[in-house]
Design a binder for this molecule. Structure first.
Ligand SMILES: Nc1nc2c(ncn2[C@@H]2O[C@H](COP(=O)(O)OP(=O)(O)OP(=O)(O)O)[C@@H](O)[C@H]2O)c(=O)[nH]1
Ligand SMILES: [Mg+2]
Length: 668
């Protein structure tokens, strides 16, 4: 049976495919009409790819034994009629596990040895290093062999105190660890640090990524999870168990890692089957669950509508046995519905906004250029029609006028070329400052300043200084971008006044998102440094790890800023470049046709017919563009209102939501 969640995720995938197809058709249209521009084409290709490969990450985070893994089994893997991922009493999952589908590879489990913790390499970097991982093939035709492969997720090994320390895993506050050391002289540590599971499940094929995490302070020992992976998840599902209630350690995980870090979060009170009691009436049981839900919501300061009561175990059982009554009683469908309605809808929204801004601007430029082409062709047609019955002198005069137009135009184009060179030069400088090399320089300096002390105090000072520097950098870049924009503004003005191009001012480069993201790192550092556990001397290992994880996150922020600045830079004069080429082609066409008529007045009618045919082609191409636009607009409307798409019609597409598209009718 298809659940609401499966349906919504499949719809979301279909919607993304529609947009990607519309963008691909638009690229074909640009190609066909000779309006394509290499840089713009690359941008469109990027957009279609990012829409196609968009992923939705759901992270399961909680103290150990709350039932994270069992919930994942019930939500996503019940088709195998068994418990696919290992769950057990006590600590079970030993390493964070990402489950997704990458069609370019065979199903696998990839495991990162725990020893990689000794290096400063970030997880992001290690993920790009295939040799660092141990790969197991997954035979998806056999539940048994898959269970065997998944067994690696719970593997541990015994190490000495020195080794545990070297791995940064020794914790003298951990009673079980201390006990093990006293009795056995060794402690157990996970065999693997991180697992990647490539698994061809329909939901994963639609772009869903599941992150299962181990309970018990794994988050504390792996700062990258806290700094990068959890905040980047689209939703965090926090689990609690009915029998334990909200314990001190549940609360610590909630406040330290989820409450202020996750953008979307829901709490799930698991194991309600423990309360099912034959001696109590269903109403009495419901009342107990309700009271516990309310108190959980209060303790977590969440709305009661964001807290759910389930029995993951019974949900899995119900699905395996196809027992609808038990499934309903397990409460899991409400969680699925919330994930479907809220999480996916908001993801839709984000993607829609991104598409709207980018695609909207490109489409706008393209339509303007096309309008110019149509208007120019119509003017040419009028010019030719006016020549009927006129003599050679009149043609000569017109030719002279076009030649002088061309001269003025060429002068403007020279100005454009010079300014554009300056824009390119300044742009290169700007991009260099946002490059990873530039970030590495800053990070190396901070690293030098911290030296070997690795105290929270030193870390705090150094990170604050680093962020202050990136702030100055952002301001300087904003300043440079204003200068670049100034040059572009002058060019647009020149072509507007001299050649009647549309008046236009390119947008400013917005460095605020970059500054805000960097500022968020200051908050993360403050929280880390304020945590009394991290101030203790034993935690130097962690401070070092934290610093490098923060560096990895800063890389991501720089990469984003670099990407955004690059797009902005390419868009600054791109519309003008396209228009200039268009106008030049038009002037050439006019000259050529007038010269032919000048040579032979009898060829006038033939010329008129040719231009008329060209005009008809333009109209057909316009209709095609119209259909593509309509499909893009429709896709955004479906996302907005989830209503059935409107019929394709000849009317102008409704463009509500598209940023300032300038929707003058194309052909009048
Ligand atoms: N009664 C009952 N037991 C459950 C339920 N869900 C999980 N359990 C049991 O609770 C124990 C822990 O479940 P897991 O899914 O392994 O918990 P986890 O949160 O993944 O724990 P770690 O992997 O150690 O972090 C297992 O023995 C499960 O069988 C439930 O709904 N009801
Ligand atoms: Mg688990």
């Amino acid at each position: 049976m298809i659940t609401e969640l499966e349906k919504q995720i499949a719809d979301y995938k279909q919607w993304r495919e529609q947009i990607a197809t519309a963008i691909a058709d638009y690229r074909d249209w640009l190609d066909l009409t000779g309006s394509s521009d290499a840089m713009q084409d690359l941008r469109l290709y990027d957009m279609a790819e990012s829409v196609k490969h968009d992923r939705l990450v759901l992270a399961f985070v909680a103290e150990f034994a709350r039932g994270k893994t069992e919930t994942i089994n019930a939500l996503f893997f019940s088709d195998y009629k068994t418990r696919l991922l290992p769950c057990d009493a006590g600590r079970t999952t030993m390493c964070p596990t990402e489950i997704f589908w990458d069609p370019n590879e065979e199903p696998y489990v990839k495991l990162l040895p725990i020893e990689t913790r000794k290096s400063d390499e970030s997880l992001v970097m290690l993920k790009r290093t295939p040799l660092a991982w141990t790969k197991l093939k997954l035979d998806t035709s056999s539940a048994e062999s898959m269970q065997q492969a998944f067994h690696s997720l719970v593997q541990q090994k015994e190490v000495t105190l020195e080794e545990a320390r070297a791995l940064g895993l020794w914790d003298d506050q951990d009673v079980m660890m201390v006990q093990a050391m006293q009795t056995r002289g060794k402690v157990d540590v996970p065999l693997w640090r991180h697992a990647l599971v490539n698994f061809p499940h329909p939901l994963l094929k639609s772009g869903l990524v599941i992150l299962d995490t181990p309970g018990l302070n794994t988050l504390g020992t792996e700062p990258e999870l806290t700094i990068n992976i959890i905040p980047n998840a689209h939703a965090v599902i926090f689990l609690l168990a009915t029998d334990t209630g909200v314990t001190k350690s549940d609360m610590a995980i909630w406040t330290n890692y989820i409450r202020d870090r996750a953008s979307k979060k829901i709490a799930v009170l698991n194991k309600i089957d423990i309360l099912w009691d034959d001696l109590k009436t269903p109403q009495e049981v419901d009342e107990m669950i309700r009271t516990q839900l309310e108190s959980t919501a209060r303790q977590l300061t969440l709305k009661t509508s964001d807290v759910f009561a389930i029995s993951a175990q019974k949900a899995l059982l119900a699905r395996v046995r196809q027992d609808a009554a038990l499934l309903a009683k397990s409460g899991i469908e409400k969680v699925e519905k919330t994930l479907a309605d809220n999480v996916i809808a908001s993801k839709h929204e984000i993607l829609k906004k991104n598409i709207l801004i980018e695609a909207g601007n490109i489409v706008k430029a393209s339509r303007k250029t096309f309008q110019q082409r149509v208007a120019d062709t119509r003017a040419q047609l009028e010019e030719l029609n006016n020549l009927r019955g006129k003599n050679r002198d009149v043609v000569q005069k017109l030719l002279d006028k076009v030649s002088s137009d061309r001269r003025v135009y060429e002068e403007s184009v020279r100005t454009y070329t010079q300014s554009n060179q300056k824009v390119t030069q300044m742009g290169e400088g700007l991009m260099e400052q946002l490059s990873l090399t530039s970030l590495d320089r800053l990070l190396d300096k901070s690293r030098e300043e911290i030296g070997d002390s690795w105290t929270t105090h030193g870390l705090n000072l150094s990170i604050k200084k680093l962020i202050a520097q990136t702030n100055d950098l952002a301001e300087s870049i904003a300043h440079q971008s204003v200068e670049i924009k100034g040059l572009a503004d002058e060019l647009y003005q020149l072509f507007h006044t001299r050649h009647g191009f549309e008046a236009r001012t390119p947008p400013q480069l917005d460095m605020l998102p970059f500054q805000q993201r960097m500022q968020a790192l200051v908050r993360t550092t403050d929280e880390f440094c304020d945590d009394p556990i991290n101030v203790m001397t034993e935690k130097h290992f962690l401070v070092r790890k934290f610093f490098f994880s923060l560096g990895a996150q800063a890389r991501t922020i720089f990469e984003h800023a670099h990407h955004d600045a690059n797009l902005w830079l390419k868009g600054v004069v791109a519309p003008l470049r396209l228009q200039i080429a268009e106008h030049k082609a038009q002037l050439d066409k006019r000259t050529e046709s007038l010269m032919r008529i000048h040579e032979n007045l009898d060829s006038l009618q033939k010329n008129i017919t040719e231009v008329e045919e060209h005009y008809a082609t333009l109209q057909a191409q316009n209709a095609a563009l119209h259909q593509i636009l309509l499909r893009l607009v429709k896709a955004t409307q479906v996302a907005e209102e989830k209503k059935p798409a409107k019929e394709l019609q000849a009317a102008e597409p409704e463009t509500a939501g598209f940023p300032d598209l300038g929707m003058a009718p194309l052909l009048t």
